[in-house]
Write a protein that binds this ligand. Structure first.
Ligand SMILES: CC(C)(COP(=O)(O)OP(=O)(O)OC[C@H]1O[C@@H](n2cnc3c(N)ncnc32)[C@H](O)[C@@H]1OP(=O)(O)O)[C@@H](O)C(=O)NCCC(=O)NCCS
Length: 172
């Protein structure tokens, strides 16, 4: 299988926040943003694997800023690391100012997708090559996040999470 760059998986969804997608404070529903992020991330994972992909877990979501009605929301997803059948996808969310066009970072999220065959069984994916400094940082940290996700899901014993443990035992 041919390795692919993180950039080759980049997927950008740009859309408005409509009244039906807001809460009583006229800000975007968290669930609406989760759905947009899931959609963009699944396309990024498909671009990497060229297979059917399923969401295995949502590892991290930070709703740091409310997104008001009428905002232009840009959701950018990129695969940050590929393992055997799973892929970590990093999602950055911005809003775009109507007048200046300036982008402001609103949220981030990290999802895990698994490539599967027609019967839903996991299948191998190509290696991911990070190129930029940010892509390399995200790639390096992805194994720790995978281990944390597996421990929380009860799929890995804490004492097997070697990379994760090293983070807590590191001396400055
Ligand atoms: C995700 C799924 C395919 C995993 O299948 P499985 O038979 O448990 O397969 P495995 O244990 O071999 O795991 C497959 C990969 O997923 C990873 N994985 C599974 N659960 C994970 C979790 N909670 N966090 C991170 N990675 C996870 C495993 O580490 C493994 O990765 P690797 O092959 O890269 O090492 C299966 O649980 C599934 O189909 N879930 C439903 C998915 C779905 O419908 N999503 C939409 C929800 S509405």
């Amino acid at each position: 299988m041919e390795s692919k760059t993180a950039e080759a998986t980049k997927t950008t969804l740009t859309d408005l926040v409509l009244p039906s997608e807001t809460n009583p404070l006229n800000n975007m529903f968290g669930g609406e943003l989760l759905a947009r992020m899931d959609r963009a991330a699944s396309i990024a994972a498909r671009r990497h694997s060229r297979r059917i992909v399923v969401t295995a877990s949502v590892n991290h979501v930070a709703f740091n800023h409310a997104i008001p009605l009428g905002s232009v929301v840009i959701v950018e997803a990129k695969v940050s690391r590929a393992f055997k059948s799973s892929m970590e996808v990093y999602i950055d969310v911005w809003t775009e100012d109507r007048e200046s066009g300036l982008k402001t970072k609103a949220n981030i999220a990290i999802y895990t997708f698994v490539a599967v065959n027609e019967s839903g069984r996991p299948i191998p994916v190509p290696e991911l090559i990070p190129e930029t400094k940010l892509e390399k940082e995200r790639y390096e940290a992805a194994l720790r996040r995978k281990q944390l996700s597996l421990v929380l899901a009860g799929r890995m014993k804490p004492n097997e999470a070697t990379e994760l443990k090293a983070l807590f035992l590191k001396e400055d």
